[in-house]
Write a protein that binds this ligand. Structure first.
Ligand code: SF4
Length: 313
């Protein structure tokens, strides 16, 4: 299917996903699918067979993007010209070093006006790369990595069949921080249901306090029909949380994140799965963020969230 935004010339292998903050970025598929593809709650790439795209496929896409913007330069589009590229699909950092090196070098060659390259990564992807390689990727343009940490609870990571435990999440986060690449950590509110409310919150707050990512985002777990996670909920093996409990868990996480005075984390809960957009800077705005969450909690319903969430994920 052709991505029909102003006749944008790339043919994507759909479905395709990106973080909310990459909404205005050019999307470039470096890999197809997810190299793990087993997390019980995730159906994003279940229909895809994982593969790394060839250098010639990547080069053709970049050439088409260059031609597209050249054709439109001087028109209204030039002002809107994105300055960011996001590498898809689910864990593009898992591509071999040579493919990543090639891609970043070709982005510079064809699209020298690009100021920032971002990608999703798993902890496994990160730990498979040496610090030296990651530093080279940073020098060549990789500016931000989005890590689906989901929770700091080791038990819960195992339960949802993440491919790593909490210690690996910690090590991977610190490795990214050491390279100077910005780290954006994603947490899944409500993951594991009622039984994990407190454990998930406290372990997550501890991990965030230790890793101090530049960005932190919350999304609310919305089970996808047919997923193993959804089936466990249908059988009553995972008890669905309420809106109230989600805000309660958010409050517990934020309250328990301890940062040295000089540290700041840009916090967002603006993914479509959230009940209302919340944002701010942790530490200096921690108390105002907590006030917003506490107000939302007072107005929240106590009945379990519907299993039929229709929003895009
Ligand atoms: S690693 Fe990420 S993209 Fe892959 S299955 Fe798990 S949640 Fe989905």
């Amino acid at each position: 299917m052709i991505f029909d935004n102003f006749n944008f010339p790339l043919r994507y292998e759909e479905p395709i996903f990106r973080p909310p903050s990459e909404g205005n970025s050019i999307l470039l598929q470096l890999t197809i699918g997810c190299s793990h593809n087993l997390c019980t709650y995730c159906e994003m790439y279940r229909t895809k067979v994982y593969r790394v795209r060839s250098q010639s496929e990547i080069e053709k896409d970049l050439f088409r993007i260059k031609k597209y913007y050249e054709k439109n330069s001087g028109s209204v589009f030039s002002k809107e010209q994105p300055r960011k590229i996001f590498l898809c699909d689910g864990d593009a950092l898992g591509a071999p070093d040579s493919v990543l090196d090639f891609c970043l070098e070709r982005i510079k060659f064809y699209l020298p006006w690009i100021a920032r390259v971002g990608t999703y990564a798993t902890a496994t992807n990160i730990l498979e790369k040496s610090e030296e390689v990651l530093k080279r990727l940073k020098v060549n343009g990789l500016e931000i990595v989005y890590l689906g940490l989901e929770t700091g609870s080791d038990n819960l990571l195992k339960k949802v069949v993440k491919d790593v435990g909490a210690q690996d999440m910690l090590n991977a986060s610190l490795r990214i921080k050491n390279t100077g690449i910005k780290l954006s950590t994603i947490i899944m509110i409500g993951l594991g249901g009622v039984d994990f409310l407190e454990e998930h919150a406290l372990a997550t707050a501890e991990l965030i306090s230790k890793t101090k990512p530049e960005f932190l985002s919350f999304l609310v777990t919305r089970p996808i029909s047919g997923s193993p996670y959804y089936k466990m909920m249908e059988k009553g093996l995972i008890k669905q949380v309420s809106e109230f409990q989600c805000f309660d868990q958010m409050e517990l996480i934020i309250k328990n994140i301890n940062l040295p005075h000089e540290n700041k984390i840009i916090f967002r809960a603006n993914h479509v799965s959230n009940f209302l957009p919340i944002g701010g800077i942790l530490g200096k705005e921690k108390s105002s963020i907590l006030e917003v969450i506490q107000t939302a909690k007072r107005n929240a319903t106590q009945s379990p969230l519907s299993l039929n969430f229709n929003g895009p994920m």
